[in-house]
Design a binder for this molecule. Structure first.
Ligand SMILES: *Cc1c(COP(=O)(O)O)cnc(C)c1O
Length: 474
């Protein structure tokens, strides 16, 4: 195998878009069009076998990593990827654990719940990432880009998992002596809306955490304002193109595991970084000639935070091959804010906190529209009740417990199958985005006898007769 040295640029996502240097540290062009990383030379498909072979090859942590064992596919640094020394000197990893062990899982209960044959549906579980969600795939890459710019202060608005993940990465780099002690992560979170364990991770890993009154959207806006005041702050949110480069490796996993391109990839949609990343992986692979057809992407919103669904299904807005009015996202958001403000009965939030996002970053919204158009995708939404039931079905397989937002993907698949969008015989990959860190809420579900899958522990005196009766009496 020859060494692949990539050179990369940042390019607008429209056809024949403007190009910027890879070192420009920008997410959007001066015309307001989002940028993405593009590679100059195609990558040979024979590398696929190399990537698979690396999995079990000794103690090189970059070969274990679900992100960096595919380092040729995101070699924006242009390093010699064969050289361990160059990898170690440049790449950031959570000791090779990001993106490892993600499946695929069959979860036959879940397939049955949808009504599809078990062999046709596969679940990719990202909860085995060190911080417990797919976010680790993106944050190690953001930290890699930040490291070469010698960034001292990172900033992130989060519903919890990105903060937990980036805090983990920075802590790990400091311990390894690769980041200096004065590097810090500023976390802006919506007060009272972040799962205890997500917040605890950020606390334990030493981030500077600021809880504000308001929702995620307010936190994201706050982080943007702070960056305007201090542009040296480095943004970790998924409008950062390097996050997307890391997250795209999850789609490589899906195709590698399934040994074929599925007909569908089902994803929950919050800030829509995942939607952008799935599509970016497909764009790259198609451009390099690795795949012919692309899977259709189905994005599942929470019913109470269904902005993409409204924009795409109700307003019928289309990317239109890039012939798109870039102001229209902002205009739609203003209209939606008024519409939502005047509707007093609207329930504003959802227990699916990871996708409790009402105004996804405009950069990602545009990338999501492009993804939907390019893959003939669909958007749907699910209620909390549907998500809780789907979560209980996934949990009942005995493999792991999932974040409620992950369960949205299964609930969405069920909806789409029932509506006839997804048909029997089609091969489906479902992203299970993270593990359950909201155990207090889950306890409320499983301890509530009115819930379909409740399982309330019996409370009995320390008395063998009473216990025996309880065991044998129906
Ligand atoms: C971040 C996150 C999501 C939402 O992903 P987006 O890329 O923001 O759409 C869903 N589930 C979990 C567990 C997450 O951490």
């Amino acid at each position: 195998m020859q060494t692949v040295i990539q050179t990369a640029v940042l390019r607008e996502i429209v056809p024949s878009g403007l190009t910027y240097g890879i070192d420009e540290r920008r997410a959007i062009s001066e015309r307001g069009i989002p940028l993405e990383v593009r590679y100059i030379t195609p990558i040979d498909k024979s590398l696929e076998r190399v990537w698979e072979g690396r999995k079990n090859s000794g103690k090189n942590i970059f070969n274990k990593s679900g992100v960096w064992r595919r380092r040729e596919a995101l070699n924006f640094l242009g390093i010699n990827t064969e050289s361990y020394e160059e990898c170690a000197a440049n790449l950031v990893s959570l000791d090779g654990s990001e993106g490892a062990n993600s499946g695929p899982f069959r979860l036959s209960n879940a397939a049955q719940y949808v009504g599809l044959p078990s062999g046709d549906v596969s679940f990719l579980y990202e909860g085995n990432n060190p911080s417990g969600s797919f976010k680790d795939r993106g944050t190690v890459v953001v930290a890699t880009d930040g490291r070469r710019h010698d960034v001292k202060r990172y900033i992130v608005a989060s519903t919890g998992n990105t903060a937990a993940s980036m805090a983990a990465v920075i802590a790990n780099e400091k311990v390894g002596g690769r980041y200096s002690r004065d590097v810090e992560l500023i976390v802006i979170i919506p007060h009272g809306r972040v799962a205890t364990e997500k917040l605890l991770q950020a606390q334990a890993y030493g981030a500077k955490i600021i809880q504000i009154d308001g929702d995620f959207d307010a936190a994201l806006e706050m982080s943007r304002q702070l960056r305007e005041i201090d542009p040296t702050m480095y943004p970790v949110n998924s409008y950062n193109p390097f996050r997307i480069e890391g997250q795209k490796t999850e789609t490589f996993d899906i195709i590698e595991y399934l040994k074929q391109v599925p007909d569908w990839i089902i994803t929950p949609g919050g800030n829509l970084g995942s939607t952008a990343a799935i599509h970016k992986a497909l764009l790259d692979m198609r451009e390099w000639g690795w795949i012919g057809k692309v899977p259709r992407i189905a994005v599942v919103n929470a019913a109470n935070a269904n902005t993409l669904e409204l924009f795409y299904n109700r307003e019928g807005v289309r990317w239109n091959h890039g012939d798109f009015d870039v102001r229209s996202v902002g205009e739609f958001y203003s209209e939606l804010r008024m519409e939502r403000a005047s509707d007093r009965h609207r329930k504003r939030s959802t227990h699916m906190s990871a996708i409790d996002i009402h105004y996804p970053a405009e950069e990602n919204m545009m990338k999501a529209l492009r993804a939907l158009e390019d893959t003939n995708g669909v958007v749907t939404s699910v209620t909390d009740a549907e998500a809780w039931e789907a979560k209980a079905v996934i949990d009942s397989n005995g493999m792991f417990m999932v974040d409620l937002a992950s369960a949205a993907a299964l609930a969405g698949l069920r909806r789409l199958f029932r509506a006839g969008n997804i048909e029997r015989g089609q091969i489906v990959g479902v992203r299970l985005t993270g593990r359950d860190k909201d155990t207090g809420l889950s306890a409320r579900y499983y301890n509530n006898p009115r819930m379909k899958h409740s399982n309330v522990p019996l409370q009995l005196p320390n008395d063998v007769e009473a216990v025996k009766n309880a065991i044998y009496v129906q």
